[in-house]
Ligand binder design. Structure first.
Ligand code: MRU
Length: 346
């Protein structure tokens, strides 16, 4: 993508409003902290790495006009900003990873002047964007070896350029293969209830000239049974030390179906998505979203008034169902408790 998903422009944050795609391509500006929080909450900016970037830039915005007289006051303000942004969405660890990085950066430069500190924090947020860009390209390069000429890949949700600084994670593997001249095709799950697959993934792949076929989520089993899929590649919002991987609700279904049909199931994610503080995925917080996203998504009521609704936005695929995890540092194979640590310490 030549237009940045999210960027810093003259003291404001500019982002593509992803809730409007594919019907309307519009960039919006956030010039206060509340607008950043709301953009994350409402999924105007979404996808684990992009949420991390929004949190980092949001932190800068939150302290940009600080009148703190000393570091103690500045640090108090910074904590309030990061605590607030941390309440926007719970599952993607990249958000907390980025907020923590901003706090650590400020602490490291606590003897700088307040205006220097602001600049240092902006530089850190911009560094996160550049690192994410490089990580996405590296994921694409590593993942390339897993795809064969003529493969058709199933993906779920959107782990593309819109979900990152640029180029994506799961989609980076497909973009890289396509750019390398491999003839690949993709089946994109629609991804109920917010349709990231049909609205965003199908749109991105079509823009890149990759052959893409849209299916409803409940068609994946039949498509696999028909022999149409050679592998599944999805993104992740948080990966525990043992390889259990949280991703958009419905990903776990895909993994079970892939195993039943003896199809490799790959997770692609940057190392910023690894959470070694959690031994397994059992303690990954799962976001619950508003009932209306199911009962009247996109403006039309499709359920009886007053019906009870349960809407977990993510699920956790057990490591036992994951054939390999593609990271920016290389490909991790089971047992992940050993291989993931090995990749980041190598
Ligand atoms: O609710 P969303 O749209 O933020 O969920 C996004 C996903 O589940 C993605 O697959 C994940 O964040 C990986 S993005 C590279």
């Amino acid at each position: 993508m030549s237009i940045a998903t999210i960027e810093w422009v003259d003291g404001r944050i500019r982002l593509i409003d992803q809730t409007l795609l594919p019907n309307e391509f519009k960039q919006i500006y956030c010039d206060n902290l509340e607008a950043v929080w709301e953009s994350i909450k409402l999924l105007r900016v979404r996808g684990a790495p992009a949420i991390g970037i929004a949190a980092a830039l949001g932190t800068v915005l939150g302290v940009w006009k600080s009148r703190a007289a000393n570091y103690a006051e500045f640090s108090d303000e910074l904590r309030k900003v990061t605590d607030y942004l941390a309440t926007s969405r719970p599952t993607a660890v990249n958000l907390f990873w980025a907020l923590n990085r901003m706090i650590m950066t400020a602490e490291k430069h606590q003897h700088a002047s307040i205006s220097q500190l602001k600049k240092v924090l902006l530089d850190e947020a911009l560094a996160i964007i550049e690192e994410d860009r490089a990580m996405c390209r590296a994921i694409g390069k590593h993942g390339l070896q897993l795809l064969n000429e003529g493969d058709t890949i199933l993906t779920h949700c959107n782990a593309g350029g819109l979900a990152t600084s640029d180029y994506g994670t799961a989609l980076a593997v497909m973009f890289t293969a396509h750019e390398a001249g491999k003839n690949i095709s993709v089946y994109a799950d629609e991804t109920r209830p917010l349709l990231q697959g049909s609205r965003l993934t199908a749109w991105e792949l079509m823009q890149a000239g990759i052959d893409v076929t849209l299916i409803c989520d409940n068609m994946a089993a039949q498509v696999m049974k028909e022999g149409k899929i050679q592998c599944a590649v999805v993104g992740a919002d948080r990966i525990a030390a043992n390889g259990d991987a949280a991703n958009k609700i419905g990903t776990y279904n895909v993994a079970i179906l892939a195993q039943a049909h003896e199809i490799p199931f790959y997770v692609a994610a940057p190392t910023s998505t690894l959470d070694f503080s959690l031994d397994t995925g059992d303690r990954i917080p799962i976001e619950e979203r508003a009932a209306e996203e199911i009962t009247e998504g996109f403006g039309k009521r499709t359920a009886p008034d007053g019906v009870k609704v349960y809407s977990p936005a993510f699920d956790v695929t057990p490591a036992s169902l994951i054939t390999a995890i593609i990271t920016d540092k290389g490909i991790a194979l089971p047992p992940y408790t050993v291989s993931l640590r090995g990749l980041v310490t190598a």
